[in-house]
Design a binder for this molecule. Structure first.
Ligand code: NDP
Length: 311
C-alpha cells in the first residue's frame, strides 16, 4: 500500500520545534533573526520573501528586508551585505534571486559572512557540504532528507540504516537542489547517482531511475517522471514545482471566468500514474515546499547559536 507522505504535517511539527527552541533562546535574552536581500521587485523572489517574513513572525524571529532599487550598483549591494554581516540582530542572510543583470550572484554570495550563510550558497559552505562537514545544509535538499528521515522513523527503521547502501538517484544537478541533495545522500553512505538533461538526451534516464530505491526529482519539468521510470516499491520525492494549464477530457485548456486558461501547480512526477507503483511518494502541492522554509529557519537558529557561542 502506497504511503502519501504528509509533508504539511512534517512542516507543522518542525515549526513547533523551532518555536520551542526560539523561546528557550529568548529566555536567555537572545532573538534569532533573518534578513532577506531583494534587489528590485522580481515577482517570484518577492513571493518567497513574503513567506520568509510570515514564518519569522510565526516563530518569533527578528526579520528585516533590504530592498534596493533594481538599478542599484553591485558595490552598493555588497555594502548592504557587509552591514548585515555586522548587524548582531541578523543571524542569517538570504539573498533572493534573480538579481538584475549588473549584479553578479557570486560577488554578492562571496561577500556574505560564512556563519550567516543559512542557505549554503557560499563556496566555503558548499565545500564543507561536499566534504561531509556540513554547517548549514541547504534548505530544499535538507527538506528532502528530513522528510526521508522522518518517513524511516515512522516505518520503524533507523534513519542511519535507511540511507546506508540505499540506491539513491537524483534527477537534476543544480547547485541549489540536485548537487547538494546528492552530497547529503552520499554523506549518509547511500550509493548515489546524479542525472540531468544530458542523461535524458542520451536516452539513459530510465536506466538510472528504475534502479533507484529512493528517487529524488528536481528538474522543473512537469510529467518528466512517469511509471516507466520508477522501480516498483521505490520511494519518490518530488521537488519540482511547475505551473501548467488545466486540460479537459479532450486535452483542451479549461478557461476561467476571464476567458484565460486555468492553471494548477504540479511536480515533475506524474503523481496519479506513478503513485500506486511506489512504496511512498510526496505530493505537489503540499510536498517538499511545506518543509523547505522550516529548514531555513532551523539553519538560522543554528547560526544564532554559533554567533552567541552556544555551539
Ligand atoms: P534548475 O532549472 O536550476 O535545475 C534543473 C535541473 O534539472 C538541471 O540540472 C537540469 O539539467 C535538469 N533537467 C532539466 N530537464 C531535464 C530532463 N528532461 N531530464 C533530466 N534532467 C533534466 O532548477 P532548480 O534545481 O532550482 O529547481 C528544480 C525544481 O525544483 C524546479 O521546479 C523548482 O521550482 C523546484 N524547487 C522547489 C523547491 C521546494 O521547496 N519544493 C525549492 C527550490 C526549487 P541541466 O542543468 O543539464 O539542464
Amino acid at each position: 500500500m502506497t504511503k502519501v507522505i504528509d509533508c504539511v504535517a512534517i512542516g507543522e511539527e518542525l515549526m513547533k520545534e523551532i518555536v520551542k527552541e526560539t523561546e528557550a533562546l529568548k529566555a536567555k535574552g537572545i532573538t534569532p533573526g533573518i534578513a532577506t536581500l531583494l534587489v528590485g521587485d522580481d515577482f517570484g523572489a518577492n513571493m518567497y520573501r513574503g513567506q520568509v517574513e510570515k514564518f519569522c513572525e510565526e516563530a518569533g524571529f527578528n526579520y528585516i528586508n533590504e530592498n534596493p532599487a533594481a538599478d542599484v550598483s553591485e558595490a552598493e549591494v555588497i555594502e548592504i551585505v557587509k552591514k548585515l554581516n555586522a548587524n548582531p540582530t541578523v543571524s542569517g542572510i538570504l539573498p533572493l534571486r534573480p538579481f538584475p543583470e549588473q549584479i553578479s550572484d557570486s560577488a554578492v554570495i562571496n561577500s556574505i559572512d560564512v556563519n550567516k550563510d543559512i542557505d549554503c550558497f557560499h563556496p566555503f559552505n558548499m565545500g564543507k557540504l561536499a566534504m561531509g562537514e556540513v554547517t548549514f545544509p541547504p534548505a530544499t535538499p535538507a527538506a528532502v532528507i528530513e522528510i526521508l528521515e522522518r518517513y524511516a522513523t515512522e516505518e520503524g527503521i533507523d534513519p542511519k540504516d535507511f540511507f546506508e547502501g540505499a540506491e539513491i538517484v537524483v534527477v537534476g544537478h543544480s547547485n541549489i537542489v540536485g548537487k547538494p541533495a546528492a552530497y547529503l545522500a552520499v554523506n549518509r553512505n547511500a550509493t548515489t547517482s546524479i542525472t540531468h538533461v544530458f542523461t535524458s538526451m542520451k536516452g539513459n534516464l530510465a536506466k538510472h531511475t528504475t534502479g533507484a530505491d529512493i528517487l529524488i526529482v528536481a528538474a522543473g519539468k512537469a510529467d518528466l517522471i512517469g511509471p516507466d521510470l520508477v522501480k516498483a516499491g521505490a520511494i519518490v520525492i518530488d521537488v519540482g514545482i511547475n505551473r501548467v494549464k488545466v486540460l479537459d477530457e479532450k486535452g483542451e485548456p479549461v478557461l476561467n471566468d476571464k476567458g484565460k486558461p486555468k492553471t494548477k501547480t504540479v511536480g515533475d512526477v506524474s503523481f496519479d500514474a506513478v503513485k500506486d507503483k511506489t512504496k511512498a511518494i510526496t505530493p505537489v502541492p503540499g510536498g517538499v515546499g511545506s518543509v523547505t522554509n522550516r529548514m531555513l529557519m532551523k539553519n538560522a537558529l543554528k547560526a544564532c547559536k554559533i554567533a552567541n557561542g552556544l555551539l
